[in-house]
Ligand binder design. Structure first.
Ligand code: PMT
Length: 221
């Protein structure tokens, strides 16, 4: 019996969107379906890893053998990641985390007519959310950190800039038109040796390919 590729490795990862409440019924979120992250969680578990999947609100079943922690907001996602990260060898950020959240969350449902601006509009003040990936990557004993970059243009420039700014060994870049909320995806890998485009693949097939790419890099790291 040959040992599996990622046996003995603990992987903490995030997936799905976050939901940042405005009041008890409304909030700010995005179109991440969780499919990419869940496919990767399943592939990591099949490769023998101990997988903790910190997930925003999605309508997907937890993959077999994966420990799922369900959260709603970026701050809750951050706390769940930080609770698990000390023993992890790898962190993968697949979640589309809201960069900002409403500064104030109304206790009761906002009424249409209450506190509108003079022009009849309504202003919501946003405050920055923590950057979970940057925080994990800057830990003194940081695990091997993989970031995703979702862009609508200039993918090469923006993805490489994210890799350098957050000091990540590996970034997986995708165009939102290719991968957000879809069953397939087309990604390019960026590491310190260059850029490596992959063909369009279904997310489950792509996830298995990404496990191979990650395992090869972990063996060299
Ligand atoms: O869920 P699907 O519908 O299958 O779609 C998959 C996907 C398109 C969401 C996925 O492939 C993807 O690209 N995920 C990252 C989306 C994103 O928001 O990227 P970003 O460029 O904003 O963030 C860069 C990296 O930092 C990501 O790894 C992100 O998880 C992380 N991040 C960002 C902001 C923040 N506050 N905390 C973070 O950890």
């Amino acid at each position: 019996l040959t040992p599996k590729q990622l046996s003995g490795k603990k992987i903490v990862m995030t997936a799905g969107p976050t939901f940042e409440p405005i009041d008890p019924v409304r909030g700010i979120t995005n179109q991440s379906s969780g499919q990419m992250g869940y496919a990767m969680a399943r592939a990591f578990a099949q490769a023998g890893a101990d997988v903790v999947l910190v997930s925003g609100p999605v309508a997907l079943a937890t993959p077999l053998g994966v420990t799922r922690v369900s959260v709603q907001t970026a701050e809750q996602m951050r706390q769940a990641v930080m609770r698990e990260i000390a023993q992890a060898q790898v962190f993968v950020g697949v979640a589309a985390v809201a960069d900002y959240r409403p500064l104030e969350v109304a206790e009761h449902k906002l009424k249409k007519t209450a506190s509108v601006d003079s022009d009849g509009g309504r202003t919501i003040t946003l405050t920055p959310n923590p950057d979970i990936l940057a925080e994990v990557a800057s830990l003194p004993a940081a695990p091997y950190c993989v970031g995703f970059a979702a862009e609508s243009q200039n993918l090469d420039d923006y993805a490489e800039a994210k890799r350098l700014r957050k000091r990540l060994p590996l970034v997986i870049g995708n165009l939102v038109s290719d991968g957000l909320g879809t069953a397939d995806n087309c990604v390019t890998l960026y590491d310190e040796t260059g850029r490596y485009p992959l063909p369009p693949l279904s997310k489950p097939v792509l996830a298995r390919r990404l496990v191979d790419e990650l395992a090869a890099r972990l063996n060299k790291a």
